[in-house]
Design a protein around this ligand. Sequence first.
Ligand SMILES: CC(C)(COP(=O)(O)OP(=O)(O)OC[C@H]1O[C@@H](n2cnc3c(N)ncnc32)[C@H](O)[C@@H]1OP(=O)(O)O)[C@@H](O)C(=O)NCCC(=O)NCCS
Length: 318
Amino acid sequence: MTAHTQAWGSGLATTTAAGVELDTWFSHVALGALPAGRDPWILPAELDELAGPDPRRAVTLEGVIVEIELGEAPSSTPDAYLRLHLLSHRLVRPGEINLDGIFAHLPSVVWTNAGPMHPDDFTRLRPHLVRAGIHAHSVDRFPRLIDYVTPPGVRIADASRVRLGAYLSPGTTVMHEGFVNYNAGTLGHSMVEGRISQGVVVGDGTDIGGGASIMGTLAGGGTHRVTIGARVLLGANSGVGISIGDDSVVEAGLYVTAGTKIVLPEEPRSADGAPRVVKATELSGVPGLLFRRNSLSGAVEAITRTGAGVTLNKMLHT
Ligand SMILES: CC(C)(COP(=O)(O)OP(=O)(O)OC[C@H]1O[C@@H](n2cnc3c(N)ncnc32)[C@H](O)[C@@H]1OP(=O)(O)O)[C@@H](O)C(=O)NCCC(=O)NCCS
């Protein structure tokens, strides 16, 4: 947990002619209070130079200095963007700061190769934009991470798969099929070829196989915050709705939800010879397990694993 209760940043906010704040890009972010004697109305010279209108997009860029309370809910668009920057600059970890109600401060924006636009302006100005070589790549509340922050030591094969607010540690590779949401990410080296949903963190040395899915808490009313331990392998097209402990493996293609009934073949059987069965949620976070669907019986099983997790392919993971 960060010891700081405040953060501040200076950057450029994009505003429409009607006064809608579309985004804020921060050139400088820091934990702690605005330094004493620093006038919040005096902007760094390099931001002053970039400020001004951009008539192609019908927006104005304005320099801003923002100071926020990390324990309180976001209260404005620049405040919300500062929180996303703090996560992507790895100054705070997923789950460490208050993001309650953040969607209300992130308007739906047309993201173009020249920067954000209001959807109405984009529709109205389309022919002029085409002539100016400006095109849209998405309409969303969140921009792409690397349009705002480029975390050192990280590879991202497809920029559109990682949102601003993702926390990616050095040694992380997100391949084309990988996806990382805001307030989610990796705590060490990882190969990410599956989806890391909002709120999920993945431990060091863990491999998220192609098309694998980790349930988040945004959709479906989930409240359990899923974590994936260190040196875990989530097999291709597997899925998990429970936390997976260190040095564990989930078989390719197996989906383990919280209520999945799991056979423990290594445990003593009951008096009538039935194997012990538990709900997957009881195995949440237990280290050193292999989850597999027995291809003969169809039952999902958990068996103990020997050895320590996966060894990431050094050629691929550096
Ligand atoms: C589940 C998994 C880890 C098992 O691999 P493993 O531990 O190396 O096990 P093995 O394939 O050597 O099999 C060991 C034994 O278990 C058996 N077994 C393996 N999977 C089984 C299953 N689902 N049901 C029943 N038996 C199974 C094997 O037949 C073998 O039996 P044997 O001792 O009689 O020969 C592997 O199948 C898997 O899914 N790996 C994920 C790879 C992946 O997706 N990587 C990401 C790429 S993007």
